[in-house]
Design a protein around this ligand. Sequence first.
Ligand SMILES: C[S@@+](CC[C@H](N)C(=O)[O-])C[C@H]1O[C@@H](n2cnc3c(N)ncnc32)[C@H](O)[C@@H]1O
Length: 224
Amino acid sequence: MNGNVEEMFGTDGNFDWNRVYTGQGKRDLEVADEKVLELIDALPPGRALDLGCGAGGLAIELACRGWQVVGVDLSENAIASARKNAEQRAVDVDLEVADISRWTPVGAFDLITNCFALPGSREARQSALRKAADALEPGGTLVVAEWEGSTVDFQGACSNDFWTSLDEVLSAIEGLVIDRAEICDVPAHDHSRGEEHSHDCGREAAEFECSDWKAFYLRAHRAA
Ligand SMILES: C[S@@+](CC[C@H](N)C(=O)[O-])C[C@H]1O[C@@H](n2cnc3c(N)ncnc32)[C@H](O)[C@@H]1O
């Protein structure tokens, strides 16, 4: 990461993800979050949309498992790294730069994921989540993982409603059927592929000096 965390927030309280994805850092090599993979393991491949796909760890993993994947992210640098990573893994992923709170998905999806990538304001999150819920096929699955704001002790420059919560997300997706919802510890991984290739939320929390942060993992579906 270039610069300290407080410098990454602009005057509007938004995080500058182009400074995180530099094209040559560890974040540009992220792999999929294992708890998210557990939540989707049993689903048959179909059309998937990964919102806030970052460097493509999850989107590429899904494509390798036979899904037809669209990945969207606000950061041009993240999408450039995702394109490079998809090429290296020899899979096709449809990658696009867009703000998920303004962008409307084209078509319907069997799986929509948002992994630690909800926008940094309540209004933008609600817009993104409502669009996601509306874009699910009947029977389609939504998976959201995010830091649980009530456990985050961060004296940074971010806006008051930068952090979300499981309760906020549950109310934004009212109408979907909740399959699983849990708030849990995110221990630093000792990832078998080596630290450089780890989707390591624990390390991220350690960088923020907040290793006791918790995350929530939510899986819901649209009634068939
Ligand atoms: C912590 S990273 C997670 C990336 C990826 N989902 C993962 O799990 O490796 C957060 C990502 O969310 C993206 N993001 C944040 N707000 C966004 C928005 N409004 N629209 C699109 N992407 C957004 C950032 O650019 C960044 O790539």
